[in-house]
Every structure is written in structure tokens, then in C-alpha cells.
Unconditional design. Sequence first.
Lengths: 983, 142
Amino acid sequence: MALSGMRGLSVFISEIRNCQNKEQERLRVDKELGNIRTRFKNEKGLTPYDKKKYVWKMLYIFMLGYDVDFGHMEAVSLISAPKYPEKQVGYLVTSCLLNENHDFLRLAINTVRNDIIGRNETFQCLALTMVGNIGGREFAESLAPDVQKLLVSSSCRPLVRKKAALCLLRLFRKNPDVVNVDGWSDRMTQLLDEKNLGVLTSSMSLFVALVSNNHEAYWSCLPKCVKVLERLARNQDIPQEYTYYGIPSPWLQVKTMRALQYFPTVEDPNTRRALFEVLQRILMGTDVVKNVNKNNASHAVLFEALALVMHLDAEKEMMSQCVALLGKFIAVREPNIRYLGLENMTRMLMVTDVQDIIKRHQAQIITSLKDPDISIRRRALDLLYGMCDVSNAKDIVEELLQYLGTADFTMREELALKAAILAEKFAPDLSWYVDVILQLIDKAGDFVSDDIWFRVVQFVTNNEDLQPYAALKAREYLDKPAIHETMVKVSAYLLGEYSHLLARRPGCSPKDIFVIIHEKLPTVSTPTISILLSTYAKILMHSQPPDPELQNQIWAIFSKYETCIDTEIQQRAVEYFALSRKGAALMDILAEMPKFPERESSLIKKAEDTEADTAELSAIKSRTQQQASNALVVTDQREPPQLCMVKIPSVDHNSVSVDQELTQANGISHEVDHPQPDILGDLLSPLAIEAPPPVSEDDALALAPVVEQDNLVKPIGDIAERFHALCLKDSGVLYEDPYVQIGIKADWRGHQGRLVIFLGNKTTSSLTSVQAVVLPPSHLKLELSSVPEVIPPRAQVQCPVEVVNLGPSRDVAVLDFSYMFGTSLVESKLRLPAVINKFFQPIPVSTEEFFPQWRSLAGPPLKLQEVVRGVRAMSLGEMSHLFSSLRLIVCPGLDPNPSNLVATTTFYSESTRAMLCLVRIETDPADRTQLRMTVASQDPTLTFELKEYIKEHLISIPTAPSMPQQPQPIASSDPGALLAGLL
Amino acid sequence: MIRFILLQNRQGKTRLAKYYIPLEESEKHKVEYEVHRLVVNRDPKFTNFVEFRTHKVIYRRYAGLFFSLCVDITDNELAYLEGIHLFVEILDHFFSNVCELDLVFNFHKVYLILDEFILAGEFQETSKKAIIERMGELEKQE
């Protein structure tokens, strides 16, 4: 076959073929790419022929596996060439080199559209082909109506119409929202009457996409499909060219039956009868023949017919025919047919109750599990998994366990998971379940995920009868010479909890247990060491009366690990050491784990999650989904708690007493079961909320002006209120929305401070694009450590902020926090509670110190006095409480008037150093809404800022409307006059 | 639907690669490498189907050439398997007794034939005669 005059291309291909090795080939390719690049740069001397040749060469080079990162533009530009040969190359190479996401394609949209609506049929075909193969959203937006017109046009040749059908299919599949198919059921009915089988084949594919999306709209097409199927199955009026080895287009038959599977039923009795006749004919009339192609083609039709029969839930007789056929297929030697037999039997299990019939073939299926072909083994495994129930679980699981030893690596994990699930689902008794899982770990420890052994621990914990048995089994496995690390973990855990139940057996004294577990320690990894330490602590607790020798041994281990580089181990070692010296209290703290709440097995969830993506939702799948949605499914949605460790961020040892911390951080005791004595409990404990809590409507957003209000995600609680609360205390929640919780914990020393921001992800998916920036006011120096961009599911990250106070000011630092949820950006600007009173140290002042100071600060600007109105009603007691929250210390007795209040504090900043501040409040018992305040310090700014700040808190009304209250008319008692002479 | 079609020889040289799903260049080359590894060492007595990631590869070997179609897990395997054969028959007819060299030197023709046979990942035309006639029309225009 001649190469239509492209000698250069042929020569190049020959040269490449003659290259002796990969290196030579690379050199030749690089040379050619260099050449093409230079030629493209200087387009002047380039004829359309040259361009075409080079573009073909580029495609060839790309096929060889080299990256071609230039010349896309040239390929695309050929699309607008006026002549067919260049245009053809442009379209073809563009659709091979580019994909729908390339920007260059946009440049071609206009040309493509002109070709589609133009008169040149060949150009129409080229354009439809490219759009059908790589058309993206923009093509759908601008071309879909034109393509639709071509499909139903009476003036177009079938050639164009079949391309239009598939082009439309692509646009619809990719962007069903853009392509308008309203009213298409009528057109589709017409299209299904099409005589040309090429057009009909393409249209049927389009129809499958439409009907899988919305079958309700296409009921009128159902009889048409049955007609098409009848015509093909009876070989009526089918041109010779559309029969394949004597079978009328097997592809169209398959597609038509596929389309029919998207209708839930066939109600019209005539249509139903006609359809079943055809199906019956296919089921009965398909024989095994010698010719491979004919055999395959007829079985392609047969298997699709089987699927349709299953879907239609045919009469019992027909169903048993199907099962009989499948039973035959799974026993044949021909691998493809056996594979399909196994696959379709599995599907059949999903739709009807044929368990009993399939069980007869169990032995045959197990044989296929040992087939040399992995494809068949996988199908056999799926089927065994699907057909397993209480009656045959023991056999099947034992088969799987046996097979596990020889199975190839690619299948072991799946095998282990499936065996574990079946053992859990269908265990005739729980001890068998424990046996299976331990065997599983023993045989294929590398492939047993943590979920699997967590699950067995949950079962044993929740079933008291099982505990001695499980402990004994674990003890037996420990005698084996080389056991898998997972076995060490699970045995250590079980023996830690339950070995005391075995104490009277030989070799099961606390000391024996300890020795045999401790033997494994040198060989295990860090996470396991943590578990072993917990086990030792438990053994210690269980050895009553205490065995001093054992005690010393274990203490020695604890103290050895107190300096371990791994913080988890270190923490456990320190804590267990301290705890184990507590005597009787140890019994309470290290008591047995409480029962786990019943929940859906995470394993089963895991197995169900693996769902493949397909162009159209499969008919079976959509059917099972419909069924599922009818049933009320009640499952415990909570995440399984971590079995052995509760991660607690390190807590400041100065602020929390050691005892409290130990109870919390103790690796064994479970978080949920202990009341949280610490106010940080809700902050530091694993976030327990899964479903986004409902957002209350009355969020007082208007009062938090710095918060972005156009966020789609609404904060929970009042941000302004949270901020005000945090001005008065050092830890708490700063912000919360359905997905995120931000907590604050602060520690202040003089003019410095350390503020830790806890960013908690409440969801079960990762939060991405997390950003936090602190915008400091001029008087504060703030340094925020780096914030990770991603917060893993249900995790909390800590971001410390170092704060230095330079001078007195009421300006507030702002935390600009944002993250992506789905596709929307959630952003919040949050005030940080690094406010002036955080730099106060309440130091009591005696009368002797107070009065000289007070007098020396004679008047403005060092001493300022103001009558404050609109004070929120509070008793003197409440006011002194407020002052101490603000870190002002109230000095009783300094002012003889019981209605008055004197307070002092020391303010720290870099510019002022330590500076004493004095405050006096004179209240009017008759009118609580007003008072006179005098503030004095050595620094005029400090005096002013402090006065304003206190005022803010006295009248501050984060919850009440900010409308200034009208001071009540003061006539009889001017507080100024009343109070003036008091000092 | 067909996700992609590959024609590779035993050494793994790609003779034709057509993707109906958007993949990046590097991803395409990776897929070609993996599919070749997946099919090249399979025993001729094995099935023509093998799982590939979340999909299924239907492949068939003709002399030293592997024709592989990647399809959805729920698709009808045998229909695609015979689709491969139909394509080979068309090539055989077009090149009159096709061999690997025909496909190497006329790779652009192979792409044109494929575009008449499959579009948007679905069979467009299953009549050998119609496709051969169409190719004749196109050759006249060159």
C-alpha cells in the first residue's frame, strides 16, 4: 500500500526501525523533534504539505512513548486548512494528542462549528468525529443543538447521522446539564425505526445513555426496542453485511437488551410476551459451535439475554433455565465462558434468591478458585463471597483460609478481607470467628489490615464468654516461633485485658505472660511497643498480690522508655510508671475496657465502598439502589473509636494538674467514659460530632462585623460572644461551623504570651487549602507558626502563636482563616483574644502603697475620670467578678464607701515595662445604669486605653443590640455631684 | 463504553493508541506500559479478560500483536472481544492480508479506519463493507 506521497514520513519510520537500540532511537527522535521545532518556528517556508508531514511525525513519535510538548498549536491550526488532506490530519492528530481539557481546543471551536453546519459532508464527518472523541463542555454548549439537528435531518446521509448520534452521546454523557434532551422521546422513537443498521447501532448507544439517565421519559420507546430485538433475533430483513458469522449484528442485539434493562418492568402484556419469546429463543437456541468467533458472538447475545431475564424477574421456569445454563457454563473448560458463567452467577445472586440452586455447584466453584488464570480466580472468589450464608460459611471460609497460603500476592488482601467479613457475618459461634481471624493473621499477617484485628478485639470485649477463650488462643499463638507483628499486637492486647482469666493454667501466670510477650519486644515496631507497654501496665494491675520481682522488671522497662524518642511511648512509659505506684487507685484507672457500642462493621463498609466507575450506572446497581432506598437503614454512623490510643495534644503541665492529665492521656482508659474535669475537654478530645449540627437561624452575625457574611457555611454560635468570653478566660472555642472547630488556649507571662490555635476538622474527609494568617495591630508582635494546608479527617492541628506586647492599645489582632469545603471557599476573619487585659498581672496593693500613688497621679492625662452611663445592670459582687476576670484585683477596704470599688493591676509591655494601674469605681445604688470611673497610671496612653477598655466591658453588650441606651433623665441626683467629695 | 484501544506488539511498542477519556500524556504512556505488562505474559489458554484498575481489559492476540480494549466492568465482554476481531478483519481486508509492517507504515490509515468503526467509545458501524467503501471514498479525496 503506497503512502500517498509522504515519503519523508516513510523514511523517518524506516530510520527509527533501523535503530539498533533504544539510545539510537532516542537520538534520532530528538534530532527529528529539533528539526520539527525549527521548521514550526519559521512558518514562512512551510507548505501545508510539510506541516501535515510534521504533524504525522509528531503523532508517530508520541506513539513511540516520547513526550511531545510542542506543536499542538500547529496540529490545531491545520483544522482550519481549506483542503481535505490537511484538515483531516489536523482533526485526527488533534484528537490523539490533546484531550478535552486543553485550552488550544477553544481556538478551534468556531472552525469546528462552521464545518458542522457547513455543506461539505466530509468536513461534517471530520468535525463530528473529533467532537465525539474529545469534545468537552464548551463544545457541548456551542454545538449540541447543531449536532441534534444533523441526527434527525432527512437530508443527511446515514454516514453523517450515525456520527451525529455518537457525537451527541459524548456531549450528553459528559455534560447532561448542558445538552437539552427535553422532548427527545419522540425523536428517539423515530430513530429506533431506522432501517439503516449503522445509524440504528449508534442511536441505540445514545438511547442507552438517555434511558439510564431517566427511563420515565422513554416508555414509548420500549416496544420499539422489543421490535428491533425481534427483527434481529428472527433475522428478518437484515442485510448480509450486518450479519457476523451468521448472527445478525450481535452488537446491536446486545445494546438493545442493555437498553431494556433500564426499564423496571415491561407492563404491556403483548410486548412482554413478544420479548419473552425472543429471550426464550435465545436461551434455548444457542449451541456451542466450533467456530470461535461465531461461538463468542452467539454467547455475547446469550449472556446479555440472561442478564435481561434476571432483571425482568421472569417466571420461575425461565429463571431455573438460566441457573441451569450458568451451572453448565461454570463447569466448561473454555475459559471465557467459565469466567462469564461465574460472573453472571454472582450477578444473579444480587437480584434473585437462587442461593440453594447455586450451592449445588459449590465444589465446582471452589475448583475455579484454584484456576491458574487470575481472572477466573477473582470471579470464583466473588461468587463464593456472594453465595456464602450460615449454612456453608464454615466450608467456604476454611477454603479461603486454605487458599490464602498459596494465593498470589495481588489477591491476598482482598481474600483476607473477604474471609474476615464472612467469618463475622455468618459465624455459627463466636469462638470460631476468633479462630478464623487469628488464623488469618497467622497466615497472611501482612495483608490483614488494622480494621480486621480491631474488629476481633471489639467482639471479644463485648462478649464475656469469649474472653477466656480468646486469651487462651492468643497465648497459644505466642508459643509459635516466628509470629507476625499483628499477632503480637492482638495477643498482647487480649492478654493484657484477659490473661487474669487464665491465671490458674500452667504457663499463664502474670509472670509467664509477661515474659513471653516481652520476648517479642525487640522485634516489633514503635506502635506495637506502645501496645506492649499498656499490656505490661495491665499485667501489673492484675498481679494481685503484687509480685515484687515482676514489678521491678516492669518498672525498669517503664523507666527505660521514659527517654524514648517516640513521644507516644515516652508518655505512656512516664504515665504508667507514675500510675503503677498509686497502689489501689491503679485498679480503677486501668480497669477493663468497657463494651464498645454496637456498630456497622467497618470492614463491610470497606468492601462495599469499592465501586467501579462506568459510563452508565449499571442496571443492576441502579436496581439495588432503588431497593435500598425503600428500606429504612439504621446504622450507627459514628466512627469507630480508636481501640487503644486516644491522642491528646500535649497539655501544659502548669495549668492542668498531673492527676487530671494522667486520667485523660492514659493510653488504656477510654476518653468517652470519663467525665472531663478540664475545661479544655471539648477542645482536646477527639471531635465527637459527625453530622453537621443544624445551624441555628438566629446567629447574631450582625454584631460580628469582622466576619465575612457571604459565606455559605454558617458559623455555629455567636462569634462575637465567643470572642468576648475568650477575653475573660484563656481557653475555649473561638469559632465553629459544621466542619471546623477552632479552639484557643493561651498562656500569658508579663508582656509576652503564647497562644495555641487548635484547628479541628470535624468531618470524615480532609479539609484542604487551609490557610490561617494573623494580621497584627501595630502594638503587637505576632508570630504564627506554619499552618498545614490539609487537615486530615477528624484530626486537630495546633498552631502556636508567639505574642509580644509593645505598648498599650485596644486594637485587636485578626486571624484570617479559610479553607475549601467542596468547591466553595469558607473564609472567616476572627478577632484573636490577645487583648490588653491579657498583659495584666493582678498584684494586690496595700493601703500604704495605694494612696501615695493615687495622690501622685494628680489629674489628666495620667488620671482620667468619666461618668459612664448605660452600664449593664450588675451587682457590686458581679462587678468585682468581672474585674477579676479582666485580671484587675479588687482591693476591699480601701474605699470606705460600700458602693465603691477599688482595683489595681500591673500592666506589662515592652515600652512601658511593668506599670501599676489604679481604678476606682463609684456606683450609685439608686441607679445601677451609671457610675463614675477613675483610672490612673504613669502612662497617659495606658490610662486612656484602660479606661476605655473597662468601659467597653461595663457597658459592653455583645448579646444585646448595640443601640445606645438613652441615659435616664437625671434631675434629682447628679452622680457627679453626689460622688465628688468622697475622696 | 470503551475507555481506550491499544495495539501493541510483544515488545510493547505501541502501534495505535486511541483514548476516549481525557488523560494526560504521561498518564497515557503509563497506561500503555501497564496494559502491555498485564497481557503479554498471559497464557493463551487463559481468558481474554483481565481486570485493570477499576475497569476491564478485553484483549486478543494476533501473531505478535495485542489488541486491547479497556471497557467498563459491567460491559458485555464477548461483544467487545468480537469487536476486536471485526476490526482485525476490516484491517485485513483493507491492507489485503495485513501484517504488523502495514500498520507501522500506514498508522495514519489505521486511525482513519478506527474512526469509522468506533466513535465516542461506542461501535459506530459494524458492517465491514460499509467501512471499506467509506475508506475508498476518503482515499479519493486525498
